[in-house]
Design a protein around this ligand. Structure first.
Ligand code: ADP
Ligand code: MG
Length: 452
């Protein structure tokens, strides 16, 4: 069964689903909706974007009797954004059924307004644990007729420390009810909720296929991000690290901070001239400046070999940006790590940007305090390139034969139209610099700079 119309449901409901643009069920919907319609308890695990909302919204709306006195369903979610999103989806699915009332209850907004709308009657309550508990203790919500309990994003609610609040609310619900729990992951402590709340649940797990297998993603709850950034670098000890900030100002600040701490750092943002950007990228890619702090300018398309960690100093604003950023590591099947540093704001934002990611405590990391990231090589710039018929082989020839630099001390050579760049081991860079300055390439003299 893959089509909604194969479900034994009223025609007007099916028509509405079709008008919303839904025809084929997603795997989690196929696997869960028939059981939910039978009244079973469900634990549904499927990755973000797999259609979990409709999986519970459709059977719920089908079951709801409009214009009952008291709420019949309670949906507990981690954030206000998710409350709104789910309420909107429920209203769309309920369009065919007159008079279904959905109310959202979350913190940060007026209690009095919420109480006023509750007094007019509601069929479905969607809210966050804290605010729901608040209403319950003020006796402004009536839970005695709740027949369906839904926990969405259960893993995230555990991360946010909501387990006890949830259990308190649930202990006040009628015993005879249907329970549905949805989650993108199964953290170990999820049994804290499942064992108490669910009754003989059916476990449904949809394997995800299209994840970046080679990128490990982690998120850490942090107090001070500067310290946490150093700690992250000293713990994972990367050889090439790309750090993202959301503003140009911040990239400069963080690059300066790292530089002061002995990390050789490049910065990339839209304030730089084109040639500066090119030089920054080049020094990052050739290892002279093994850290680069960048805005989202560097998030797309950039394909630099050997970036083994990307760090979100600032959390990206949108899921797409997150995907683009982390895609800078783990290229060409190499293993990569993506770390997001989360203050309180970012923990909430992560819900929207990467809901499947579990937030860990940064104190679990074991940094090596003596670790610094410094370029083993430096970069020399020569004022001759393709236009003057300079080739990489010519530069290599001069360095090895004329100046006596060993090939193993010579890194990447990049030849552009007007300039060429060569990475040289710092132990011999002075010798190479003087040699090039005083010597000749293809029997011609060139000017040479030492970039830093
Ligand atoms: P999840 O909660 O699993 O992360 P959502 O319920 O938010 O995922 O659904 C993700 C997107 O997929 C939404 O935009 C939703 O409208 C869409 N969607 C859900 N079910 C279907 C379906 N059967 N056909 C087409 N699109 C769907
Ligand atoms: Mg969801």
């Amino acid at each position: 069964m893959t089509n909604f119309k194969d479900l034994n449901l009223p025609d007007d409901l099916l028509e509405n689903i079709k008008s919303l643009g839904y025809e084929q069920m997603t795997p989690i919907q196929q696997a869960s909706i028939p059981h939910i319609l039978e009244g079973k308890d469900i634990i549904g695990k499927a990755k973000t974007g797999s259609g979990k909302t409709l999986a519970f919204a459709l059977p719920l709306i089908n079951k709801i009797k409009a214009k009952e006195q008291n709420p019949q369903a309670l949906i507990i979610v981690p954030t206000r954004e998710l409350s709104e999103q789910i309420a909107q989806e429920l209203k769309k699915v309920a369009r065919y059924k007159a008079g279904v009332k959905v109310i959202t209850l979350y913190g940060g907004t007026s209690l009095t307004n919420q109480v006023a709308s509750l007094e007019k009657g509601a069929d479905i309550l969607v809210g966050t644990p804290g605010r729901l508990l608040d209403h319950f203790s003020r006796e402004t919500i009536e839970l005695s007729e709740i027949k369906t309990l839904i926990l969405d994003e259960a893993d995230r609610m555990l991360d946010m420390g909501f387990a006890d609040d949830i259990l308190k609310i649930v202990s006040n619900l009628p015993k005879k009810r249907q329970n549905l729990l949805f989650s993108a992951t199964y953290p170990d402590n999820i049994s804290k909720l499942t064992s108490v709340i669910l009754n003989n649940p059916i476990n449904i797990e949809i394997e995800s296929q299209e994840q970046h297998i080679s990128i490990e993603e982690r998120a850490f709850k942090v107090e001070e991000r500067d310290k946490a950034l150093i700690k992250t670098l000293q713990s994972f000890q990367p050889s090439l690290a790309l750090i993202f900030c959301n503003t140009k100002v911040k990239t400069n600040e963080i690059a300066d901070m790292l530089q002061e701490r002995g990390f050789d750092t490049a910065v990339l943002n839209g304030d730089l001239e084109q040639y500066e950007r090119q030089e920054m990228l080049l020094q990052f890619a050739n290892g002279s400046l093994p850290i680069m702090v960048a805005t989202d300018l560097a998030a797309r398309g950039l394909d630099i070999e050997g970036i083994d960690i990307i760090i979100n100093y600032d959390i990206p604003m949108k899921p797409q940006e997150y995907i683009h950023r982390i895609g800078r590591t783990g290229r060409a099947d190499a293993k990569g790590l993506a770390v997001t540093l989360c203050d309180n704001y970012a923990i909430r934002k992560l819900e929207e940007v990467r809901p499947s990611l579990k937030v860990e405590d940064i104190s679990s990391l074991r940094p090596n305090k003596n670790f610094y990231l410094q370029g083993v090589v430096g970069t020399l710039c020569i004022d001759g390139g393709k236009k003057k018929k300079v080739r990489a082989g010519d530069i290599l020839g001069t360095l090895c034969k004329d100046i006596g630099i060993e090939p193993k001390h010579i890194g990447k050579i990049n030849v552009y139209d007007r300039n060429s760049y060569v990475a040289i081991d710092k132990s011999v860079i002075k010798k190479a610099f003087n040699g090039l300055k005083n010597g000749k390439i293809k029997k011609r003299k060139f000017r040479v700079w030492w970039l830093d």
